[in-house]
Write a protein that binds this ligand. Sequence first.
Ligand code: NAD
Length: 482
Amino acid sequence: MQYKLGNYIHGNIVEASGAKRDIYSPLDGSILAQGADSSKEDVRKAAQDAAQAQSSWANLTTKARVEVHYNYRGLLKKHRDELAEICHKENGKAMPEALAGVDKAIELTDFACSMPQLISGSVQEVSKGIECKYRRVPIGVVASITPFNFPIMVPHWTVPNALAVGNAVLLKPSEHTPISAIRSAELWKQAGLPDGLLHVVLGSKDVVEEICDNPSIAGLSFVGSTPIAKLVYTRASANLKRARCFGGAKNYLIVAEDAHPKVADDIISAFCGMAGQRCMAASVLLSLGEITGIVDAVLSQAKTLVPGITLPPLISKQAVEKISQYLDKAQERGAKILLDGRTTPIQGPGSGYYIGASIIDWRGREDEMPLEEVFGPTLELIHADSMERAAELQNRSPYGNASSIFTQSGKVAAEATKRLQAGMIGVNIGIPVPREPFSFGGIKHSRFGEGGITGWSNVEFFTDTIKITTKWNPEDRKDWMS
Ligand code: NAD
């Protein structure tokens, strides 16, 4: 089935005017939609339209604005299967994972529905007869630039909150997965969002550069790989925009000798779930002491995974090639390939973008392991004899997204959570996923800019705080401060 593809501008799908682009399904390589990228002029027009719509939206009360969110939440529930199916086709992830993405979008919309309760300010009589109070105001037109791996969930990290506090939004989805974004914009309109407040602009580098440069856009949020996050953060900041850019990851699972034997199931799902294309995916298994039984269980379970049946595809042919090249490099550096996904028979359509699970053994050669993100169903094994060495190995990574410790000892867990440099740390959980109202975000090169992308700091990012000082008693003047 071919989907309608175009920019979503002022409540309508319109053809973008840049270079032509086809959207392929990673499941079988078929064309899902045909359209074009936006030109810079398309982005400029969208930003101008958004700026016009935003001022009257900002004038509404928060309660009035979130009426739309309540309706939208209902529509997400009603169209849950349809949205998940789009996501499954354009991203390739399995249906249960795609449905979970829609459920997360609902949870994120719930948070935004509670905005009237969240943003009530504080008032204090700071000197006799003088009151200070805070007012939170939207920053204007904001952009949200999103990656391919969570086409439904990641845009919901930003769009519902940004709208609830009174901004207008330009959503720039991944060029691989734009269809979910367009469909969700249609649902926002059906929920009652006035035209002009949410635009979807398709494309890639040129569109993002225009967003960074455009003077009508006050701030941007980016989620994607670290090299692009750095470029976007640098360019947007140079233009004095508020920017917050979330980058890639190389997440470590540290498994202590006393870990529960069933940990193997968690490890498999943390490194092979979504074919390893989660920013929270486990990519390094660090044994803290002897865990031969667990490694053997992981290896034997990973061997049973069948690309096309129990292992979903990667996003593109290039992504498959990248994993292959990484395995070549690991072999050249002397790692043992315990399980080679390049040779695993594929049972999905030959035209899909599949590769098997791989396990790369660097034990004894820890310092040779490249520190780059792999982003596929690969697990790299390293070893440490002490927590100090484990932390040293993990903390030399430039990334700091997530890290997990598996142990049945509270003391070991406490030591790990103190020593590991990561923004999100799990204890006996492979994917310490974000859940509202907690914040989500890494540290080091997994994030540039302040604050998490969910929870309260997301509200702060999309607003300015204005302090109002009031005095109605001129006769009480005492000193220059009053
Ligand atoms: P990507 O960096 O290739 O693309 C992200 C966005 O940037 C897309 O919208 C894309 O169109 C745009 N883009 C691509 N090239 C660009 C360029 N040269 N200049 C400006 N913009 C450009 O990332 P991806 O492949 O879509 O997604 C996977 C990456 O995202 C992984 O590195 C993953 O770890 C990361 N990710 C991070 C988080 C997080 O919360 N930290 C969450 C999800 C994904």
